[in-house]
Write a protein that binds this ligand. Structure first.
Ligand SMILES: *Cc1c(COP(=O)(O)O)cnc(C)c1O
Length: 453
């Protein structure tokens, strides 16, 4: 194969490809596409041989590094055996074993796994299943969903409808089902001097009101446990989840936990729900599920939900949802190898040390005059930068100052992709302490550039 330069590949790409979440015109200016030739561990390498530390796990999917030998070998072995087979009427050992292992790992009581192929698709499944459950149980009026402000659940129309990041949602509003939005317990948006737990309690009271008045029409409440990742890494107290679980039980409403981003150890526990000691009715997982290798998602639910669909065919109450690649064996093999890495590596303990290092490395960021808050939950650390620390006034979004951080970091060999005014680190778990120091140093330099006039 001929050797391709960055420039040559960029030109070919821009002739025919349309990239996700991108104003393509940006790539004609100061933000050139980065053609990646290969990757290993926490590092990406472009076609000109430049390397970039992947501080955001390639959009939060990668857990154990790129080209992890263990996951590579598992996929290669599965490839020889069975790359794919339809999953209606057929099954295979990788999917069966993955379901067994996920059930064993998840909060007790989640006994059933429904496989899909993206995070958004998992949200669609959970939303449809919850609604359909109530239909099958004779509660025909329970058709509505409650969501938190600043939440993100994906891009397909159902997932977009139950999310509330306006940037992604506003233009499509006429196409979306109507949902009930309650204020997020986001502690950064709390009142001055209010603790995260007090903020959670106050915000929960508003949700309680909505449930008390509307439960007869509400199918489910959907939340991202502990961290609203796409919503600029805003974090909240686990107390909110505990109160929410009790309220859902009291009012006969499902709880859907979207752990697509926060699952698999990101927040310090295997699943974020564990920190509140709760079990949702639906647990949606994707992203890290396959270690960041292959598109796969899964919805875990209870036997109680499953039983509402289990009947004679002629009752016509089965869940007839499907995706062509549901249960793909290669993805299952990647997921099983990922779970092996967790089981054998004492990963959560090792991550505790890395998380402390992350906190230490971010101390100079916290002291910066343009930083309003540094917040952390396990392996997610976020830095909120502002024009004025006292008032928390932000820079006008049109100035896109975060792009200066992105560009500077790339020039220093680190991939950072700030969300508006929030620079964050969400590295793969194979990151070294020295690499953590590097990403924090580069972020600090970038921040200095970003806030300059
Ligand atoms: C990424 C994400 C999704 C959507 O997953 P896709 O695989 O991109 O469709 C849904 N919910 C949350 C919390 C996410 O972070």
């Amino acid at each position: 194969m001929s050797k391709l330069s960055n420039a040559a590949l960029r030109e070919r790409d821009l002739a025919h490809v349309w990239h996700p979440c991108t104003q393509m015109k940006d790539h004609e200016g100061e933000m050139p596409l980065i053609p990646v030739r290969r990757a290993a561990g926490a590092w990406l390498e472009d076609h000109d041989g430049r390397r970039y530390l992947d501080a955001i796990s390639s959009w939060w999917v990668n857990l154990f590094g790129h080209a992890n030998p263990r996951i590579n070998a598992a996929i290669a072995a599965q490839l020889q055996q069975l790359p794919h087979v339809m999953f209606a009427g057929f099954t295979h050992e990788p999917a069966t074993r993955l379901a067994e292992r996920l059930v064993a790992l998840a909060p007790p009581g989640l006994e059933r796994c429904f496989f899909a192929d993206s995070g958004s698709a998992a949200i669609e499944v959970a939303v449809k299943m919850s609604y359909h459950y109530w239909q099958n149980r004779g509660a025909a009026r329970k058709t509505r969903f409650v969501t938190l402000s600043n939440s993100y659940h994906g891009e397909t129309l159902g997932a977009l409808a139950v999310g509330s990041v306006e940037l992604y949602k506003a233009i499509y509003r006429p196409l979306l089902m109507d949902v009930i939005t309650v204020p997020s317990p986001d502690a950064y948006a709390g009142e001055p001097g209010e603790s995260a737990a007090d903020c959670a309690r106050r915000r929960f009271a508003e949700l309680e009101q909505v449930l008390a008045e509307g439960a007869s029409e509400i199918a489910a409440v959907i939340v991202e446990p502990l961290v609203q990742c796409a919503g600029a890494m805003r974090m909240y107290d686990p107390l909110y989840l505990r109160l929410l679980r009790e309220a859902c039980d009291r009012h006969g409403v499902h709880l859907i936990a979207d752990e697509i981003a926060v699952g698999f150890g990101r927040t310090g526990t295997m699943f974020a729900c564990e920190q509140a000691g709760i079990r949702p009715d639906f647990l949606c997982l994707a992203k890290g599920l396959t270690g960041g290798y292959l598109p796969m998602s899964v919805v875990l639910t209870t036997d109680e939900v499953y039983d509402a669909f289990y009947d004679e065919y002629a009752k016509l109450n089965a869940f007839l949802h499907s995706h062509s690649y549901a249960g793909n064996p290669l993805a299952c093999a990647a997921a099983l190898a990922t779970l092996d890495l967790f089981a054998q590596g004492d990963v959560l303990n090792r991550n505790r040390a890395l998380a402390s290092r992350l906190a230490e490395a971010a101390a100079p960021l916290a002291a910066h005059p343009n930083v309003a808050e540094v917040r952390q939950r396990g392996m997610i650390l976020a830095v909120e930068f502002v024009r004025d620390r006292a008032t928390r006034e932000t820079f006008p979004w049109q100035e896109r100052r975060h792009l200066r951080i992105h560009r500077h970091a790339l020039s220093r060999g680190v991939l950072l992709r700030p969300l508006g005014n929030v620079v964050y680190f969400m590295p793969p778990y194979v990151v070294s302490p020295e690499e953590i120091d590097l990403m924090a140093r580069v972020a600090l330099e970038g921040l200095d550039l970003a806030v300059r006039d």
